[in-house]
Design a binder for this molecule. Structure first.
Ligand code: SF4
Ligand code: SF4
Length: 384
């Protein structure tokens, strides 16, 4: 089997795939139903996947619901993203122990965990590629991210439905996985048949696929799989016009919409915590009560906190207006200057998990609708 071969497997073979990855020493992480949501956690087999569950999403709203079938990947994305495994929320960097008049510093040992991620969506592959750029391709490589990333095996899933807050089509990141995976699955539930059309995209993906029961995909199987993804693309819950968005936002720093959104934003930072591309951290030193032991930790941080922009005696972004504007213009505009792509992959998490339902697509649309440059141009034309 070459690395581009497509095949068809059934659910038992998918369980075998998980068992094989476990036997090869991977910690297998996949979707599970927990605390009223579908999150990512360690799994031991097919029995742990959210069979027959789906999610209903809208601005500030997430609900689990039962499906009429037994789909294993019949949901969209939840509050977790894979960044919590590749770029952990809390990470000790080193510890120190006092000994007499001096102290001894010990570097943290790198995690040797090999992850296999099951159910990675196309938008999430795009988010991982963005974090690769941030952590691996700049002047400073992050050794924690690098070790975890190099060891990861990725089983992607092409989306069979779009969520109420998805807009990957606008961001050109989905719903079909096109890169960055070892194996990609399309779940097919039709006329009593429950199978997965599988594409291996790397040699190790092909080797793993070869080691589980499969049959070659027929042209009809490929057609069905392709129609499923096309149908998903036609049903995005949201959309965003991205043409010229960088210029649009950077010429509208003074737009009144920033005051409007600030009157609703709680600066709670939820949007940055759930976003699969946000990567900012802070560093904290702690000691124990004896004063003998100290540790340095790296924790996820957010541009929505006051402390984040604390410089020389004060925060340079003291208002909700300046913090929301910083976040959104970084995501959609200055990220392009910094990393060569948008910082948004259209996953919709920031919309779903914002407690007051602030919607990045709606905010961008509102600014486009009343773009200061266009309005100035129109009023010039009216006067003429
Ligand atoms: S936009 Fe929503 S999620 Fe983000 S900080 Fe404001 S209130 Fe919180
Ligand atoms: S900004 Fe929102 S929609 Fe875009 S990648 Fe982050 S969480 Fe997803």
């Amino acid at each position: 089997m070459d690395s581009q071969t497509q095949a068809v497997i059934d659910s038992r073979a998918l369980d075998k795939l998980i068992q094989l990855l476990l036997q090869r020493g991977y910690e297998v992480v996949g979707p599970v139903v927990r605390e009223g949501a579908i999150i990512y956690d360690q799994i031991e087999g097919l029995k742990d996947l959210p069979a027959g569950w789906t999610d209903e999403q809208d601005g500030g709203k997430y609900r689990l619901a039962r499906r009429a079938d037994a789909a294993l990947f019949g949901y969209v994305v939840g509050p977790h993203s894979w960044k919590r495994f590749l770029h952990p929320p809390r990470q000790r960097l080193w510890s120190a122990k006092r000994g007499g008049a001096s102290f001894q510093v010990s570097a943290e040992r790198q995690s040797e965990t090999k992850y296999a991620f099951i159910g990675v969506r196309a938008c999430e592959l795009a988010a991982i590629a963005i974090q690769d750029k941030v952590f691996l391709e700049g002047a400073h490589v992050d050794p924690i991210y690098r070790t975890r990333r190099e060891n990861s095996f990725i089983v992607a899933v092409n989306c069979g439905q779009a969520g109420g807050t998805c807009f990957c089509v606008s961001m050109n990141t989905g719903p079909k996985a096109t890169f960055g995976y070892d194996i990609a699955l399309t779940e097919v539930l039709q006329e009593g048949r429950h199978v997965f059309v599988v594409q291996a995209d790397t040699e190790r993906g092909a080797e793993v696929l070869n080691a589980i029961p499969h049959v070659s995909a027929t042209p009809q199987d490929l057609k069905v799989a392709s129609e499923i993804v096309d149908e998903t693309a036609r049903h995005m819950g949201r959309s965003m016009e991205t043409a010229g968005i960088k210029e649009l936002l950077t010429r509208n720093y003074g737009h009144p919409r920033w005051d409007d959104v600030a009157s609703r934003c709680l600066t709670c930072a939820n949007c940055t915590m759930v976003c699969p591309t946000c990567f900012c951290t802070t560093v904290e030193d702690v000691t124990d009560l004896t004063g003998q032991n100290a540790e340095r930790w790296r924790n996820w941080d957010s541009c929505f906190t006051m402390d984040f922009s604390y410089i020389a005696g004060g925060s340079i972004r003291s208002s909700a207006r300046s913090r929301y504007r910083q976040w959104m213009t970084h995501k959609l505009a200055t990220w392009i200057d910094q990393f060569g792509s948008s910082g948004c992959v259209g996953c919709g998490r920031c919309i779903t998990w914002c407690p007051v339902g602030i919607d990045i697509t709606e905010e961008a649309h509102a600014i486009r609708e009343s773009d200061s440059a266009v309005i100035a141009g129109e009023s010039r034309m009216e006067k003429a």
